[in-house]
Design a protein around this ligand. Structure first.
Ligand code: GMT
Length: 381
């Protein structure tokens, strides 16, 4: 099939999922066209099956806000016509589902019928989407999608709770390409990060409030009082500066390494012993899954969809949001004994395999086929 994918090109989870999905579809012989304002960070290789179309928004002094939705929907119309695109898959409802719907309607005027799949990722529902400023438009564009998918059961429930949804929401979980992790690094270069006797604890995120960055520093502070350890913080965002200050205030500057954004997540996870994810809310927790496939157990909150990924007492532990005492105590349980750590590492990888892309890709392909076959019916219903 010829598929257009709309996503955010940044380090956020939805963009990563959209990119990995597009690449996997291209490997299966589909022709994939990414349409977004910058080349997605994980999209390195363009070939005859993988295309990228940049959305430009010309600056004009009259506009206080530049109209991205308008530029995106126009770009979609042009790209769909030029390349004979058969299906549109938008990741993250805001504003992609809205722009996608406008593109669909413009194309229908020319008797071109392109079904739209909308995948809900989390903050498009739980934080931003339900805001009264956006809610009617988000509600409308979800209902106007031909198929709506959500990355977890938890997010599906939240969506039905916050919005007046008339469509069936299909849960298609996020995934991991286990093939990519088969050739584990022979030399993780662990010594660059920590001494032999130190455990390495890692966090990866976009450093937004919802990630509860101070909790991470406080959990680590408690751990390092009992066990020699280093904390590796990967990513960038609004809370990073505060995190650096807090680290300094607690006298941990020499024990916490801030790496910034990285495209070498698997290299970093290769030398990690434990992953921390104490988020306030998390629809799925892709970062936890990426840790798990790299054999890194997870200490997390029990928010949102995290329990669908991190299994309590098996791949790590879950605690109530904000309970840093419990999270630190759980970390000890795993780290204090190498045999226990090894069991959690093995379990983490085993459970992560349940989310292998080979299991998830056919679910999306089946959805695409159904939507494409029903494109005329959907357009006139
Ligand atoms: O976590 C973020 O803030 C980024 C956000 C995004 O949309 O890029 O992530 C959301 O989508 C990911 C991929 O589906 C999920 O794994 C994350 O749990 C979800 N984040 C939240 O719900 C806070």
């Amino acid at each position: 099939m010829k598929i257009a994918i709309v996503c955010y090109p940044t380090f956020g989870g939805s963009g990563v999922v959209a990119t990995e999905l597009g690449l996997a579809l291209a490997n299966r012989g589909h022709e994939v066209h990414f349409v977004t304002y910058r080349q997605p960070v994980r999209l390195e290789l363009l070939n005859s099956n993988v295309h990228f179309h940049e959305v430009h928004v010309p600056e004009y002094p009259l506009f206080h806000y530049q109209p991205y939705e308008l530029a995106l929907s126009s770009k979609l119309v042009d790209t769909i016509k030029l390349y004979g695109i058969e299906l549109l898959h938008v990741h993250y409802a805001i504003p992609h589902a809205y722009a996608g719907y406008m593109a669909k309607k413009m194309l229908e005027e020319e008797n071109i019928f392109v079904p739209m799949i909308t995948t809900l990722h989390g903050t498009d529902i739980t934080l931003v989407g339900k805001h009264p400023f956006y809610k009617p438009a988000v509600n409308f564009s979800i209902n106007q999608s031909d198929v709506v998918t959500s990355v977890s059961e938890s997010l599906k429930e939240r969506t039905l709770e916050f919005f007046d949804i008339k469509k069936e929401i299909e849960v298609v979980p996020n995934f991991i390409d286990k093939k990519k992790y088969n050739s584990s690094f022979t030399d993780c270069q662990r010594s660059l990060m920590a001494k032999d006797n130190e455990k390495i604890i890692t966090h990866i995120s976009n450093f937004r409030k919802v990630k509860r960055i101070p909790d991470i520093i406080h959990i680590f502070d408690k751990i390092q009082r009992e066990i020699p350890a280093k904390l590796v913080m990967v990513g960038d965002g609004p809370e990073k500066e505060m995190a650096e200050m807090l680290t300094d205030d607690l006298g941990l500057t020499n024990k916490v390494i801030f790496l910034g954004n990285s495209n070498e997540i698997d290299r970093i996870l290769c030398f990690s012993d434990l992953f921390l994810l104490p988020s306030e809310s998390e629809s799925f927790g892709l970062a936890a899954l990426e840790a798990m496939i790299n054999k890194v157990p997870v200490i997390s909150s029990n928010a949102g969809g995290i329990p669908e990924v991190n299994r309590h007492g098996i791949t790590g532990y879950l605690s109530n949001v904000g309970d840093v005492e419990d999270m630190a105590a759980n970390a000890f349980k795993i780290l204090k004994d190498d045999a226990v750590l090894e069991t959690f590492k093995e379990n983490a990888r085993k459970v992560a395999m349940e989310f292998d892309i080979l299991k998830v890709l056919p679910l999306y392909e089946a959805i695409y086929k159904k939507a494409y076959d029903g494109r005329f019916k959907n357009a006139f219903s």
